[in-house]
Design a protein around this ligand. Sequence first.
Ligand code: AMP
Ligand code: MN
Ligand code: MN
Ligand code: MN
Length: 277
Amino acid sequence: MRCDLHVHTTASDGTVTPAALITQACETGIGRLAISDHDTLAGYDEAAKSLSADASTSLELIPGIELSTQWEKTGIHVLGLNFNPASDAIRDAVCHQQNARQRRAERIAEKLEKLGIPDPLAGASRIAGAASIGRPHFAQYLVESGIVASTEMAFKKHLGAGKAGDVREFWPSMPQIIEWIRDAGGTAVLAHPAKYNLTRSKLVRLIDTFRDAGGLGMEVISGAQSDGETARLAKLCNQMNLLGSAGSDFHRPGQRWAMLGQVPPIPGSCTPVWDQW
Ligand code: AMP
Ligand code: MN
Ligand code: MN
Ligand code: MN
């Protein structure tokens, strides 16, 4: 069965609405899908509603969320999967994270203003609308204002690691976010471990911290990656005694790394995260 356990919708920084995503997932032949928007369940809630109205599909929609945390000096993403979406723990997490995102957006805006960029908070907020506000909305504002030529440049100059918009201090600790996921009955999965640009020894330290806090899985497949990368991550997954997960990290049609559902199967050497569900 084709599984994609990491996708975004318009509820965070994706461009496809939850309902359209469900339709596209069915058309693509995905059997098991997790909508994992940044720090919100609004997309999952809407998708669950549209799925329950459609009796013709056997698509299994797994409750998901991508929670932001900070470890040492790095912003880290942890996926919560297969939790009880009605639980107080996960609703508390969303409430806390939405508050943190808003205060962080204000801080990012202050820092961009100091660089001479006009009205960044109003601009990014207008673009985000009801979505969970984040750096991609600031990036789009910088592009629309003619300050940079592309979102890629916006991250490179103003929003990426070490730049003004790289504000992490509002995020809760790793143990806190994993506690929310576990209290909600879910599985904590380290998202895209290769994307943090950590040395191997630092990545092992990150995984140790993650596991000590109750984390159970890691993404062995994230978007389009080379076979060599998959083999390296599968080995690490087994060495660290974690379960393996796979997700496209789909945000929009035409994105560089992977399309919805375009994820190779998890290598047979790894135990899939859904084995215990
Ligand atoms: P935030 O959740 O506000 O920290 O924003 C992080 C999101 O920004 C990621 O999930 C990506 O979707 C997006 N992002 C990160 N780096 C880049 C980049 N270099 N170019 C475009 N989008 C990026
Ligand atoms: Mn994103
Ligand atoms: Mn992420
Ligand atoms: Mn993501």
